[in-house]
Design a protein around this ligand. Sequence first.
Ligand code: SF4
Ligand code: SF4
Length: 203
Amino acid sequence: MKIPCLLQLRILKLAFKSLFSRPYTTRFPAEPYEAQKSFRGRPRFSEADCIGCGACAEVCPAECIDVADEAAADPPVRRFVQHMDACIACGQCERYCTTEKGIRLTNEYAFIGFKPADFEEKAAKPLLLCEGCGGAIAPLDQIRWLARRLGPLAFANPTVMLVAHDRLEVVGEGVTPGAETAQRARRISILCPRCRRAAALAV
Ligand code: SF4
Ligand code: SF4
């Protein structure tokens, strides 16, 4: 009879011990499983903390966050679509988010769907338009965030100052798309950089 070697004895010992210890594997999907908090799962936008700046899309190595400005929509809006089916769960978007809380990788790991829309995470932010040319400036929440960060310095820029004064009801009103010149009298209004320059140089 062949005598078992030391390694075989150790394996037998481990096998015997495992009969009476907790299993290392989970019983998912028979039983729900909650991943560790540090697990890098599906990214989710936060409606309250995302300001719509688009930095997450800029740093995404998989280029799976689409950003589109709809200046002609009523109301004007900047839309975000994050495609989970192309995401590599690297966490760059969370790490470099301007507000540090606008997008978070959750511990959701079960991605089940039958169409592309099942793998899309969406966000939409009201867009501030230039009162001169009607072009998009930035999401309102981004300007508000900027005004809070700047404090009194926000008064150096009429656009930021007006938004800081909650003159938000003008968004989408009083815009004259196609206007070629902005007059000096219009300096204290919401303008994109190009129209502000024209207003500053107007005589
Ligand atoms: S606030 Fe964060 S999540 Fe929102 S657009 Fe900017 S970088 Fe992306
Ligand atoms: S986790 Fe990485 S790949 Fe996925 S959306 Fe964020 S930056 Fe892009």
